[in-house]
Design a protein around this ligand. Sequence first.
Ligand SMILES: [Zn+2]
Length: 231
Amino acid sequence: MVDEELKQKLATCGRILNRLGLFGIYGHISARIPGQDKFYITATLGSTSLEKELTPEGMVLCDASGKKLSGNGTVPLEVVLHVVLHKAREDAGCVIHIHPFYSMALAIAGLPFVPVTVQGAPLAKVPVYRKAELLIDDAQGKKLLRAIGKAKAILLRGHGVVVVGETIEEATCNTVYVEENCKYLLTAAAAGGVIPVTKAELKERADQVAASAGKRNPHKRVFDLLDRKTR
Ligand SMILES: [Zn+2]
């Protein structure tokens, strides 16, 4: 049951990000099975429609090393980025790798990520992986881990983004917030000026999120909203 729910939620996450136009040409999303060292990942099926691949049936089950255990499709070439994050980061229950326009443009412009929206504020630190390359071997996986540190997201220059969250809901929200923040940041910079969210405002926002987390799950609320909006 847990597996079916996970696969369905991965598919929903994929549909949300695709319909928001955030995938770029391609991407992949994975979710660790709670309490296990296995994960589900969206596969490369080679179909003409991305959404045909983003279905529960399109998911592939992998072991901790990224080796396929079951499923119909092919494990993505860059599976190593999922492997290292699921292994090293307890808070990376879900890993998203896509190619959203403004997040890519910010890294290409060589500009640092500055929080300019209250949604983007909890992600105040978003580092950059400097070398424009695909991440396909263990050495590159280790390099990614060092570069991302404890951050929830990293921009890969000339390539895309990697975003994590404890849950699929959180990772989806973090991805949307990073891209939105980059969009406003770049547009404001082009218009002539940027007013960042201050440290005091960051703290206030973090306190608000912490307070509301006890009462309800803010990421689930936003995920459900995005789910309804992108059907
Ligand atoms: Zn890639």
